[in-house]
Design a binder for this molecule. Structure first.
Ligand code: HSE
Length: 370
């Protein structure tokens, strides 16, 4: 059995990864060592049917890391930058599996999303690639839902608008959103009971509460509750954010396309908890019927599901609250746009922590320990 070191397993993505590995009984397949950057010597989590160390080990212990077959990190960029090159420079030949974006675009890495690029993954393993990185969440969720059209090579370009959950920004941000809810709710509680209070007065009160110096906004900088933020991550180039840049760059690396598929759009943070949604305008290479589009999408993988373009189904199945905590990647609102016969509209929702982060890592780990 291979020995796998877990770093950053306590964070949000790491916890979802562990949970999924327990559900799928993956720990049976490996020996595990749990690492920490701050609580060395404290107790490891207890995982049934898994041979693992009892105490947490030092995540900066280069000799111990060097002895591992596989390191899987959900710790973030800081750890990757500090340890990855150090280990490689002293000749470590193990597999490095990473959730952070840092290594995605380097030549020696493969971005993993096996329902989309299993062939590429296998080719990479055979050619000696040792670094496997999960894609940005919007990229994985887009590919899981539109996989059929990508693999049939039917896409000329995509313009996307995202509706990204607080979880994508991290646990502290997610907590801040809940604190914003709490702050507003505490302040308007009695007004909601008071029948003589008009809705416009309550709205005015909320808008004023946003300006209060006690309003929790350390991480998001502004209210996310009852609001949105049309900017995610830092600037990349000429007005495009890094989040927006990643979509085309990572997608084309994943599908290893000969001719680059052009993708761009606006990435927007909204006040959902852990599901990202995306609205696509797709320019198809051919005018194919909606029924054909749906069949191609449906047949691509077992997680995508086609939601009929009706009010009832869209409301019921195509929303973040419904999809949260599942591996289901529904796609709906599929129709041709007035703009022309090759212009398709579609809307998808997916769990940002599952297919968007932990699940592709869990699956590459399974491939590597087989
Ligand atoms: N960059 C994403 C977000 C996180 O901010 O929502 C998923 O990789």
């Amino acid at each position: 059995k291979k020995t796998v070191g877990f770093v950053g397993w306590r964070g949000m993505v790491g916890s979802v990864l562990l949970q999924r590995m327990i559900e799928k009984k993956d720990f049976k397949k490996i020996n595990a060592i749990f690492f920490t950057t701050s609580q060395i010597g404290e107790k490891s989590p207890i995982i049934k049917d898994c041979n693992h160390t009892k105490l947490l080990q030092n995540a900066y212990d280069i000799d111990l890391l060097y002895s591992l077959d596989i390191i899987i990190t959900c710790y973030g960029t800081e750890y990757t930058n500090l340890m990855y090159y150090k280990l490689r420079s002293i000749g470590w030949k193990g597999y490095w599996i990473d959730a952070a974006s840092e290594l995605r675009m380097i030549q020696e890495s493969c971005i993993v999303l096996d329902p989309i690029n299993l062939k590429e993954i296998n080719k990479s393993i055979d050619s000696g690639i040792k670094t496997f990185v999960g894609a940005n969440c919007t990229v994985s969720l887009m590919l899981m839902s539109l996989g059929g059209l990508f693999s049939a090579n039917l896409i000329e370009w995509i313009s996307v608008s995202t509706y990204q959950a607080a979880s994508g920004a991290g646990a502290k941000h997610m907590l801040e959103l809940l604190n914003q809810m709490n702050f507003i709710s505490k302040n308007i509680d009695s007004d909601l009971e008071n029948e003589s209070m008009s809705i416009l007065n309550i709205e005015k009160k909320i808008t004023n509460l946003y300006k209060s110096k006690n309003f929790p906004k350390k991480y998001f900088k502004i209210p996310l509750l009852g609001n949105l933020i049309p900017w995610i991550d830092s600037i990349h180039n000429i007005g495009q954010t890094r989040e927006e840049w990643k979509i085309q760059a990572e997608t084309n690396k994943i599908i290893s396309s000969n001719k680059k598929i052009l993708i761009d759009g606006n990435c927007v943070r909204i006040a959902t908890l852990r599901c990202h949604s995306q609205s696509f305008v797709i320019k198809l290479k051919q005018d194919i019927s909606i029924i054909e589009v749906e069949t191609i999408l449906r047949n691509h993988n077992k997680w995508v599901s086609i939601i009929p373009n009706t009010a009832e189904s869209s409301l019921k199945y195509l929303n973040p609250a419904y999809v949260s905590g599942t591996l289901f990647t529904p796609i709906g609102r599929i129709r041709k746009l007035n703009i022309g016969k090759k212009y398709l509209s579609a809307f998808t929702v997916g769990d940002q922590l599952l297919w968007g982060a932990a699940e592709p890592l869990r699956r590459i780990l399974c491939i590597l320990v087989k």
